[in-house]
Design a protein around this ligand. Structure first.
Ligand SMILES: *Cc1c(COP(=O)(O)O)cnc(C)c1O
Ligand SMILES: [Zn+2]
Length: 406
């Protein structure tokens, strides 16, 4: 059972009942699920979790699915929080942890949101789902939809990393490659959904992906012994992670599982697509769309986010900051972090390392700070950004000829 009691608009405060299939509020804002936290407090306590399996479903009471039979799971979440001793030593920091999201079922943290969205679709009896995806979301939706026996329609820019395109096909989804960006894919879905009978699971156009993403915040708190770090650096695309984590922290405070200071939240974007950073620097409430978005970090190639004002609100409320890093810095950090920590980062994850380095240099992060960064997907999903084996464009040296036996 669930303790979800209603769905709330964070912009105009309008409320909707849980049993109705929601998209955006009539005012155009994303909606957020609210729980009866008073009742929830009496139903579960932190020590109950110790006996539960290591998946995001250990936070069952904080999730919106009513009937357990509707849970669609591939065993996701509760990814390790790995102490990055090499990085901490190099940057002379007290503690750095890497939340390694590459270990989710399809190799990225998109699984968290889509496992909840697909479970809710099953609960509502929805038969056809549609998603625009710049990369990993398409694979996640396709995998969970396959598992649930629901149709998935995925729209991706045609220059999306190959692994993402191939996995969508192998999970049996309907794939359309689009000449354009994720925003163009989103438009096709918005225009076709009425006629095609699609439920649109675009980032924050429904409230459930955020519910899955907030479990990252729960896990960080639990893994640190029900306390939070000083700084969290997150690679921001559509913003589900920011909004989800912040919402999760508020819920944990409301039930008394954590107290004290919240972390400062940092947004990292790519210098070729940084609408939130620009809006933050200009102290705007909303972000202008970014034109000519370009970056190898496909998860950050989001020129416009419907929840921009909520992301910016989190940055302000947390006393956080926003910065962008170049593709070259990401590639350099993939090689450096691989060597220092033995983890194969995706470009988006490497952006958090580059941001950490920059913020330490600027003394925005002090040496005694405890910092959490993310590897949001596996580097294996991005092999095409490294060029071909014989023409490695970045970092490592390859002596291919020596390894080839004719
Ligand atoms: C989607 C994605 C992001 C951005 O996450 P949001 O929650 O949409 O801001 C970052 N990294 C990777 C690997 C992604 O797939
Ligand atoms: Zn509203």
């Amino acid at each position: 059972m669930t303790f979800a009691k209603e769905v709330l608009c964070p912009r105009c405060d309008r409320r909707f009942p849980c049993g109705k299939i929601p998209n955006l509020c009539s005012c155009g804002s994303p909606l957020l699920v609210q729980y009866d936290l008073e009742k929830l407090t009496h139903a579960v306590k932190p020590s109950d979790l110790e006996r539960r399996p290591p998946t995001l479903w250990r936070y069952r009471e904080f999730l919106p699915v009513s009937d357990d039979r509707n849970i669609v799971s591939l065993v996701e979440g509760f990814t390790p929080l790995i102490e990055a001793k090499g990085l901490a030593r190099e940057l002379r920091l007290k503690k750095v942890w890497i939340k390694d999201e590459s270990r989710n079922p399809t190799g990225s943290f998109k699984d968290r949101g889509l496992c909840i969205a697909v479970s809710m679709a099953k609960e509502f009896g929805i038969k056809r789902l549609a998603i625009p995806s710049a990369g990993n979301a398409g694979g996640s939706l396709s995998a969970y939809a396959a598992r649930a026996g629901i149709e998935a329609h995925v729209f991706m820019p045609k220059d999306t990393p190959r692994a993402n395109i191939i996995e969508v096909e192998k999970y049996g989804a309907h794939l359309t490659l689009v000449e354009g960006l994720i925003s163009d894919c989103g438009r096709i879905i918005a225009e076709g959904k009425e006629k095609e009978g699609w439920f649109d699971v675009s980032t924050l156009k429904e409230p459930y992906r955020v519910e899955g993403k907030k479990t990252i915040g729960f896990e960080i708190a639990e893994q640190l012994g029900w306390r939070l770090p000083d700084v969290i650096i997150y690679p921001t695309g559509g913003g589900t992670g920011h909004i989800g984590m912040w919402k999760g922290f508020a819920e944990l405070e409301a039930v008394g599982w954590i107290k004290g200071k919240r972390p400062r939240i940092v947004t990292v974007q790519a210098s070729g697509c940084a609408p939130i950073v620009r809006a933050f620097d200009e102290r705007k409430e909303k972000a202008e769309p970014w034109s000519d978005a370009r970056t190898i970090a496909s998860g950050l190639r989001v020129p416009q986010a419907v929840a921009d004002f909520l992301i910016l609100r989190v940055l302000r409320e947390s006393n956080g900051t926003a910065l962008s890093v170049s593709d070259e810095e990401m590639l350099a950090e993939i090689a450096r972090t691989g060597k220092l920590e033995g983890l194969f980062f995706c470009p988006e994850g490497a952006a958090t390392v580059a941001a950490l380095r920059r913020l330490v240099e600027k003394r925005w992060i002090q040496p005694d700070a405890e910092v959490v960064i993310f590897n949001t997907a596996s580097g294996f999903k991005y092999l095409d950004v490294f060029g071909s084996l014989f023409n490695l464009s970045s970092g490592g040296e390859v002596h291919a000829s020596k390894n080839i036996v004719p």
